[in-house]
Design a protein around this ligand. Structure first.
Ligand code: MEV
Length: 327
């Protein structure tokens, strides 16, 4: 039996289809080269100790009771999904030992880049490896998805899916995960508003709007799905102009369901004015990040415009590496 194991999982950007994916439409999502790394160590008692150095929180769970060490009450809310991953594995496989779980991450948190899913996925993979449970990526995805449901209410599963499998995915809830083997280099710039927000609250906001205005909101959701379907052709043909236009339309639909905000609008319009082919919020919205699709000669102009409009520019690349056991 091992005494220690380590795994990492990537962040993501949703190219098209966030929120509408919660309501059964497809989304296109890609993994990016920022990762969460989780190291787990066996304990001789039954405590689950979790520490995230980057955000300065830590504490113990024992029999579902939390004792914070660092970060106070906030710590429990943030560490709960990781505890849920550990609890599920320990209970399901009748394990006797507790564990220490340490998280390091280069993914901005609560920013729409899938930081919590990446941590859940890496935690599940590291724990399964520690206990020599030889499980598939599908098992890792399912465990992380269950944990996501605790924090995000009714998530679609797109975030844990991309963190598990990497690459570019066509994701539709309850359907087999489909990898899109598209050989186009997507020149994307990410702009972070640095305004943190809760995915669960934003998903709930769209649910409420849909309940109040079903005939209107259902059409918007459907149109969101049509955009994703149309974008596959543009992606396959390397038609970045069309893709940019589709991103712009997608953004306006997201505004219509109330998940943009002034900070995101500022960055999106700054990017478009500086010559981006398209720009939209990415992830849950309400703050967090936007993405701009940019032709190579406009990269500097667009990055500068996002910076001047108050955004933090993140330069990333697509990665094919999903969840990975680290040696
Ligand atoms: C969050 O990254 C994406 C949302 O569509 C929620 C989800 O799909 O679970 C807003």
């Amino acid at each position: 039996m091992k005494t220690q194991a380590k795994a990492s999982a990537p962040a993501k950007v949703i190219l098209l289809g966030e929120h509408f994916v919660v309501h059964g439409e497809p989304a296109i999502v890609l993994a990016i080269d920022r990762r969460a790394t989780v190291t787990v160590k066996m304990r001789s008692d039954q405590k689950i100790f979790i520490k995230s150095e980057d955000i300065g929180i830590s504490g113990f769970f024992i029999n579902d009771q939390f004792s914070p060490l660092k970060g106070g009450g906030e710590a429990e809310r943030k560490l709960e999904p990781i505890y849920a991953v550990a609890r599920e594995i320990i209970q399901k496989y009748h394990l006797k030992n507790g564990v220490n779980i340490e998280i390091e991450s280069s993914i901005p948190i609560a920013a729409g880049l899938g930081s919590s899913a990446a941590v859940s996925v890496a935690s599940a993979a590291a724990l399964l490896s520690l206990f020599d449970l030889n499980k598939s990526k599908d098992d890792i995805f399912k465990i992380a998805f269950n944990a996501e449901k605790i924090i995000h209410g009714t998530p679609s599963g797109v975030d844990p899916a991309i963190s598990t499998y990497g690459g570019i995915l066509w994701y539709r809830k309850s359907q087999p995960i489909r990898r899109l083997d598209i050989d186009v280099d997507l020149p994307l710039i990410i702009g972070n508003t640095k305004k943190e927000r809760s995915t669960g609250e934003l998903v709930a906001k769209v649910n409420t709007l849909r309940r109040h205005y079903p005939s209107i909101i259902k059409k918007i959701i459907k149109a969101g799905g049509e955009i994703v379907k149309r974008s596959v052709k543009a992606l396959r043909e390397g038609d970045l102009k069309t893709l940019g236009e589709l991103m712009n339309i997608n953004h306006e639909l997201l505004c219509a369901v109330g998940v943009s905000c002034e900070e995101l609008e500022n960055l999106v319009h700054a990017a478009r004015n500086a010559g981006a082919l398209g720009a939209k919020l990415t992830g849950a919205g309400g703050g967090g990040c936007m993405i701009a699709l940019v032709s190579p000669e406009k990269i500097e102009d667009v990055a500068e415009a996002i910076d001047e409009a108050g955004g933090e520019v993140l330069i990333t690349r697509k990665t094919d590496a999903g969840v990975t056991i680290e040696r």
